[in-house]
Design a protein around this ligand. Structure first.
Ligand code: SF4
Length: 459
């Protein structure tokens, strides 16, 4: 277990506005494309053609994850907030029709069919989600190029985003144990710890943190409401019917007949499915810590909110604790399915939700929150990422339901047991990192193994 003091990512990076279906394959490439074309414009390279090359997992599952549409939207200056009221597909269509993009009064040629290359040739890459952008002058020579790495949850390395840590290496960041010791030393709880570190390490005032988490909670609950109301078929080859609305209606009508578990477990499952379906449809969601796993945390918090009379400060605090747990996982292992498999997405989301619920139930800093997060993550070690047809639908949508129920169970067990365990949260995070490193590439968002390679599943 590391005791070094490298800063954790801000909760603004872990919980942030996004557009589905994937944070690493949609949000990350969109952000990288936007930065690259701005850089090209700042260097006065108008008249160049923009070319984007996608490698590794981005090449193998990028089409199902709308990576090409996201790049077109990013080049056109869009981020998740600017997409409100329109969709990735609509913006990509506009860019396609125009045949160019305009940035700061300069025009760049871009045709997604010609200028985005999905290169799935096996090769040794610094990161499985590697993306190279280039600006080509009229003679076809590269006037500018940058390589970006989409490292999970929409976070990036390369370009102006900072250095890439090699996959599977021990990252030497602040551990949960160190965070808890610091809380004890200062006599503060985890929520106060997050406010303090956001201010001292990331320059975010308490008011800014509150405004951010309030916005994230609104976006989360909006996604859930839309998901519970929507009907029809999700985009993509699977032609998968949305189910959240009908499941919710059945549950309301036949509640007493369905349950071997408490009704809250079914409600959490349906809420998680509602958000995950919105994500699969390319809707506005919040990374928690990723798009693929974005249903787990809001589903758990909504169930507890409905059961207990919570003050908005309590939801804020729970989101801050969830963000802190996600930050520890991102810094010491990974939250990228392409890097460590689904344990880094649904496993991380479940740990975040378990810790957050434990906090809402009154869990103590020292033991119970740590134990809840550990217990939730422990049982996802080795979970494969194997999205059928490269779409964030099967098994992803139902995995959000499973992750939510596991999180509620882990939080309850931690509360009943009073905390303390043979295995620490840090030990499980490190096991996740090592397991992810050893996992075959077929099970890391390539759609080459597991369910994705099972005959008939996609038909
Ligand atoms: S299987 Fe898990 S990690 Fe892979 S795309 Fe789906 S939710 Fe993300």
């Amino acid at each position: 277990m590391t005791t070094s003091r490298a800063a954790l990512p801000s909760i603004f990076e872990i919980l942030k506005p996004a557009v589905g279906p994937s944070s690493s394959h949609t949000l990350g490439p969109m952000t990288a494309a936007r930065e690259f074309v701005r850089l090209a414009a700042a260097k006065g390279l108008g008249g160049c053609r923009i070319r984007v090359e996608l490698y590794g997992s981005l090449a193998l599952t990028g089409r199902g994850h709308l990576t090409d549409a996201a790049i077109a939207a990013g080049l056109a200056g869009y981020g998740p907030r600017e997409l409100a009221g329109t969709s990735l597909q609509e913006v990509a269509r506009q860019v396609r029709d125009a045949g160019h993009i305009r940035v700061d009064g300069q025009e760049f040629a871009f045709d997604a069919d010609r200028d985005i290359a999905f290169d799935a040739t096996p090769r040794d890459l610094p990161h499985p989600n590697t993306m190279r952008c280039a600006a080509l002058n009229p003679a076809g020579d590269e006037a500018l190029s940058e390589t970006y790495y989409s490292i999970g949850g929409g976070r990036l390395a390369g370009g102006s985003f900072g250095r890439l840590d090699r996959c599977g290496t021990k990252r030497g960041s602040l551990s949960a144990t160190t965070v808890l010791s610091e809380c004890r030393r200062l006599g503060i709880d985890l929520v106060k710890y997050v406010y303090r570190t956001e201010e001292t390490q990331h320059g975010h005032s308490r008011a800014a943190v509150d405004a951010h988490v309030d916005e994230m909670w609104t976006l989360m609950t909006n996604a859930m409401e839309r998901g519970l109301a929507a009907e029809g078929t999700l985009p993509g080859s699977l032609q998968l019917e949305r189910r959240a609305r009908s499941l919710y209606a059945h549950l309301q009508k036949d509640l007493p007949h369905f349950h071997v578990l408490a009704p809250e477990a079914s409600l959490a499952s349906i809420y998680a499915i509602a958000v995950a379906e919105e994500n699969a449809a390319g809707g506005a969601v919040v990374t928690a810590p990723t798009c693929g796993s974005c249903g787990v945390l809001p589903a758990c918090l909504r169930v507890v909110e409905e059961k207990m009379d919570l003050h908005p400060d309590e939801i804020r605090g729970a989101l801050l604790v969830a963000g802190l747990i996600g930050a520890v996982i991102a810094a010491n292992a990974s939250i990228s399915g392409a890097e460590v498999g689904c344990q880094g997405e649904i496993g991380a989301a479940s740990a975040m939700a378990a810790g957050a619920v434990c906090c809402l139930l009154g869990g103590t800093v020292q033991d119970q929150v740590d134990r809840a997060a550990e217990s939730a993550l422990e049982h996802y070690l080795g979970l494969t990422c194997d999205p059928v047809d490269g779409l964030v639908q099967i098994p992803c949508i139902e995995r959000n339901a499973a992750g939510a129920v596991s999180a509620l169970n882990a939080a309850s067990l931690a509360m009943i047991s009073g905390g303390g365990d043979r295995v620490s949260f840090d030990a499980v995070v490190d096991a996740m990192r090592r397991t992810g490193r050893d996992l075959d590439a077929r099970y890391k968002e390539t759609a080459l193994g597991g369910l994705a390679a099972t005959p008939d599943v996609g038909e």
